[in-house]
Write a protein of this length. Sequence first.
Length: 107
Amino acid sequence: MDTYSFTVTAVLKSRSAHDPRHGRAPGERRGHITRGARAGDRRAVLVELTPTGRLTANTIQKTLTDLEHRAFGGLPTEAVAGFHAVLRALTEVSACPRPAPPHTVVG
């Protein structure tokens, strides 16, 4: 997976989490994805992008690519690669549940 795909995937995952209170994922409510049964395996759910979802994903991809080129265009390749490594690490850490910090009572 290239760096841009990783970034788009992280954004879509964080924005498209399923909320059981609403019955359907936001992407499904907005018409970007469809969910259905997978042939031969009723336990599996097949999630596919709709044409609108593909267009939206492509728009996000282009926007992020353009932003990255504007922000990092003059930097050495190694610096940009370092930024992406940090971004990946922060994304992975934020996806893992962590214990709440201890409360400090001042007084």
